[in-house]
Design a protein around this ligand. Structure first.
Ligand SMILES: [Cu+2]
Length: 610
């Protein structure tokens, strides 16, 4: 709803601008009646904008700030001036109408390109640009004046001044060199752990380029762990000490291992340039962490990750409880190779044979940049999200689950005598459970019309260590948008957090033990799967409404256009952490911020976005 209002307001601004400019043209052509009609359209579009902004304002100040402080006042003043000119100073009418058009156009231009928040600089640049466009128009219409230099100066001054205010040399997110470097915050020593009876599970993953053959025979030039895509499935038991040696054979970009969703010590987090240097060809790095949390997770490189994860540098991590549940347990990583959606390395429908009556757990992992839609052709339960079991999940039927980029969903189903299908994106990929090899595959089920599960009210409530009424020590707001801003030292059309692009976004600083509240607002037109490293956040409110079902602990959640999410967390894992969009293209273009504990600093100068 909010997203639609945002779009409509932009459209109304564009319509208003077009109508004013057409009216100016009609006046210049001495077609006064058409001009009056077009001006009326422009005024109506302006009134519509006011109505839309009033409605948008109910969703939050973030959605209307630049409209209320800059573009609507500018549009109103210039419209009144055009009306006054038409009534009293006819030779200025065409110019005044054109200026009203430029002012109206500033609405959509600012909304689409300037991002949030608008400062004094943005206001000055906008007003100056509208004035400047008026001067240029007057000049183009053939007017000459001895006072021209003064007029130019008057129009240019606010633009230059505003630009100087709007683009200050921004503070880098670097947190200085004081305190503890995160690279020193490491997991337990394997020798000590083994001596005290802790089971140690060792793995070696070698990153290298390889040609991989998918199930259909399609060959993919991939970046792999151990020559496979996905990389080896790591499966361990709760309580194990996991020790993974990463070697890089020939990935020139460098490689790391980030344990997505696993709250490892900061020095094991695998963020190149922040918790460690990227592992270059011929080098290696040993990761170690205690597998305390059960559930479904994944690992992937965190260096040049936009490209490298897409090309295959990822795999799954599953931690099972000591007393394992019976039944079948399948891990299903989804990944898009080019245009083909694969489950694991299979890009054709996959069938698993399961005896009727067997309980089955399907662990679906989204390793892509965008969301997937999961449907099952038999009743099921959504039993875990992002590795954490839900409380009292009810039986679901003919309803889809939205799986954000980077997120995981575990679904439970009982195998029957007829085959059951898990369909991804309504049939782009299919996983079947069948009782025997000779069971004929059922025809695909049309699921596109099924509604999406509302996770704000699924399952039953349970006590949580924090809730929306808690006294939070720190509150941060992240307004997600696009805009022209400084990125890597140059002005770019970046994905922004609070109007800035990484590494210039102000660091979120916390102290160990703080209760932290995050409000994430999406003002833009893209979905942003937000991912905080090192912590799970508890969903508190969605668009101002509380979550009323099972507690929902997440590490990656989709903030869609116009949405406002409020989440809470306990700062219980000291270090410096990335808090970023897991559409890795967006992260690479600026949508990332540090959440830093006081007394800790990045291991090196700054991370490369993602
Ligand atoms: Cu994003």
């Amino acid at each position: 709803m909010t997203a639609r209002l945002i779009d409509l307001e932009v459209l109304a601004g564009a319509l208003s601008a077009a109508a004013w400019l057409a009216a100016a043209g009609c006046v210049a052509a001495r077609r006064r009646r058409s001009a009056a009609a077009l001006a009326a359209v422009a005024v109506l579009a302006f009134l519509a904008r006011i109505g839309l902004v009033a409605a948008l304002g109910r969703a939050g100040w973030w959605f209307v700030e630049e409209k209320l402080t800059v573009t609507l006042p500018l549009a109103a003043v210039t419209a009144v001036a055009a009306g006054a000119a038409a009534l009293t100073a006819r030779r200025w009418t065409a110019l005044a109408l054109a200026v009203a058009g430029y002012a109206a156009a500033a609405g959509p231009v600012l909304a689409l390109f300037a991002g949030y928040p608008p400062g004094w600089g943005t206001g000055l640049v906008t007003a100056g640009a509208v004035g400047l466009a008026g001067v240029v128009t007057r000049r183009a219409a053939g007017h000459r004046s001895r006072r021209a230099p003064l007029v130019w100066l008057l129009a240019l001054a606010p633009v230059v001044l505003g630009a100087a205010v709007a683009v200050p040399p921004p503070a880098s997110a670097d947190d200085g060199g004081h305190g503890v470097p995160v690279s020193s915050v490491r997991g337990p020593d394997p020798g000590t752990a083994a001596a005290s009876g802790i089971p140690v599970r060792r793995f070696t993953l070698t990153a290298r380029t390889a040609t991989v053959t998918l199930g259909s025979g399609r060959r993919v030039e991939a970046w792999t762990f151990d020559g496979r895509v996905p990389g080896p499935a790591l499966e361990v038991t709760q309580g194990d000490l996991v020790v993974v040696t990463l070697r890089n054979a020939d990935i020139a970009a460098g490689v790391t291992l980030h344990w997505h969703g696993y709250d490892v010590p900061a020095g094991e987090d695998g963020v190149a340039g922040m918790t460690q240097e990227a592992v270059r060809p011929g080098e290696s790095f040993e990761y170690r962490f205690r597998a305390d949390q059960t559930g479904t997770y994944w690992y992937h490189t965190h260096e040049a990750s936009d490209r490298a994860v897409r090309l295959g540098l990822y795999g799954t991590l599953v931690v099972r409880p000591r007393a394992a549940a019976g039944g079948a347990d399948l891990t299903l990583p989804l990944h898009t190779f080019g245009t083909v959606l694969a489950v694991g390395d299979r890009d054709l429908p996959v069938t698993h044979f399961v005896a009727p009556g067997t309980p089955v757990r399907l662990r679906v992992v989204n390793t892509d940049d965008g969301p997937h839609r999961l449907t099952l052709t038999a009743p099921f339960r959504l039993v875990a999200v992002d590795g954490t079991d839900l409380n009292g999940p009810g039986v679901l039927e003919r309803v889809a689950i939205r799986l954000p980029a980077g997120a995981r969903a575990d679904v439970a189903i009982t195998a029957g005598v007829t085959p059951v299908a898990l369909q991804v994106d309504d049939g782009r990929a299919t996983v079947r459970l069948a009782p025997a090899a000779d069971t004929p595959a059922p025809p695909p089920v049309g699921t596109a019309a099924w509604p999406t599960l509302d996770q704000t009210r699924y399952g039953t409530p349970a006590p949580t260590p924090l809730d929306a009424q808690s006294r939070f020590d720190r509150r941060f707001t992240m307004v997600l948008d696009r805009g022209v801003t400084l990125a890597d030292g140059l002005p770019k059309y970046a994905f922004t957090v609070n109007g800035r692009a990484y590494p210039y976004v102000t660091t979120q600083t916390v102290r160990a033990g703080d209760l932290v509240h995050l409000t994430i607002v999406n003002r833009g037109r893209d979905t942003h799967p937000m991912h905080l490293h090192g912590h799970h956040v508890l969903a508190l409110r969605y668009n101002g409404r509380p979550f009323t079902g099972s507690p929902l602990w997440m590490d990656t959640f989709d903030v869609q256009p116009g949405e406002v999410w409020e989440v809470g967390l306990r700062a219980d894992n000291p270090g410096v952490w990335m808090n970023h969009c897991h559409n890795l293209k967006h992260a690479a273009k600026g949508m990332a911020v540090h959440l830093a504990y006081a007394g800790y600093h990045p291991a090196s100068h700054h991370a490369h976005g993602a």
